[in-house]
Ligand binder design. Structure first.
Ligand code: NAP
Length: 306
């Protein structure tokens, strides 16, 4: 990796913005593109250059990183008019860090590698906190040589960067992660619902569960927000719904039943249908509360002191 790498960065949302900032702070040259202007202006104030299109962001870059919502967005930005494919130099590496369909990722990989541009799928887990602190876990699919060349840049964003296999393997790993995330999120919501209805002290319940076999990232990080009714997004509900849709598509291709995922997907779809898709995933609790006719924050036990 050059001491100062030229990096195109496309998609400056909840995750992309802090990730791009970390790369700037590490001394690299960034050219950024986003659909809306305000996050671009913010990065330009910090020293990045504005690109007028994905093509311009990729021109002259050693690496071009994408952090976009869904498969269609990545396909448009990568292969569409004035897309990354038009600008990325031969020998450069395009790294898609969004969570999208593994088969779409493989299609895009084929197009880029035919042009002599490396292409990796490198989705992440660890949330916006991980993006800010550079503690993401990054799972990578694609050619191993390209992985080795991209690793120094990825290590600025993540504490753990793992090569998972050929193109699409990063996305497949991420879907497995989302199976675990979604079911433990539902578990956290239902545990808090039961505790609340039973009148227990919710802070004590969270402390006890988090000290034993029921502990989970979802309960520790999102439990307190559910109790407080704080639904501001770290990870948007519509994105988890999208991830579970993709997971079920892959399961369908493999003739695999995933009943737990199907259930959480239906509940997430209900959340999105109620206009709450841009809230954080912890807003799943509101659907569970509506089914039960009981609000978790209304627990008499919530206010009990130890
Ligand atoms: N948030 C998390 O905790 C988390 C964790 C792990 C993985 N992920 C995954 O990471 C990806 C990004 O997540 P996020 O939370 O950062 O999403 P987000 O907040 O919705 O940000 C997406 C960004 O992409 C931009 N964008 C959308 N379409 C575009 C296009 N065609 N051209 C250029 N820019 C475009 C959006 O622009 P606008 O400003 O116009 O909306 C927005 O800035 C998703 O695949 C998500 O599933 C998220």
């Amino acid at each position: 990796m050059p001491a100062v790498a030229r990096i195109g960065f496309i998609g400056l949302g909840l995750m992309g913005r802090p990730m791009a900032k970390r790369l700037l702070n590490a001394g690299h040259q960034l050219r950024v593109f986003n659909r809306s202007k305000p996050p671009v202006d913010e990065l330009v104030r910090l020293g990045a250059e504005e690109a007028s299109s994905p093509q311009r962001a990729a021109e002259g870059a050693d690496y071009t990183i994408l952090m976009l919502p869904d498969s269609r967005d990545v396909k448009d930005v990568a292969l569409g008019e004035k897309g990354v494919l038009q600008g990325a130099p031969k020998g450069s590496i395009v790294i898609d860090m969004s969570t999208i369909s593994p088969s779409v990722e493989r299609e895009i990989y084929e197009v880029f590698t035919q042009k002599g541009v490396e292409y990796l799928d490198a989705p992440v887990t660890g949330g916006t906190i991980g993006a800010e602190r550079g503690t993401l876990v990054i799972m990578v699919g694609g050619d191993f040589d390209a992985f080795e060349r991209a690793e120094p840049i990825l290590s600025l964003l993540g504490q753990k960067v793992v090569y998972m296999g050929p193109s699409g393997s990063g996305q497949l790993t991420k879907l497995c992660n989302q199976v675990s995330v979604s079911l433990s999120l539902l578990g956290a919501c239902e545990a808090l619902l039961l505790a609340s209805k039973a009148g227990l002290d919710l802070n004590k319940v969270m402390d006890v569960i988090s000290s034993g076999a029921g502990a989970s990232w979802q309960l520790s990080n999102l439990g307190p927000k559910i109790v407080e009714g704080d639904y501001r997004p770290g990870f948007k509900a519509e994105h988890l719904s999208k991830d579970l849709r993709i997971t079920l598509e892959v399961a369908q291709e493999l003739s695999l039943p995933l009943p737990g995922v199907a259930l959480v997907h239906q509940l997430m779809k209900s959340l999105v249908a109620r206009g709450r898709g841009s809230l954080g995933t912890q807003a799943l609790a509101t659907v569970i509360e509506e089914l039960a006719g009981h609000k978790i924050s209304e627990s008499a036990g919530r206010l009990k002191k130890p």
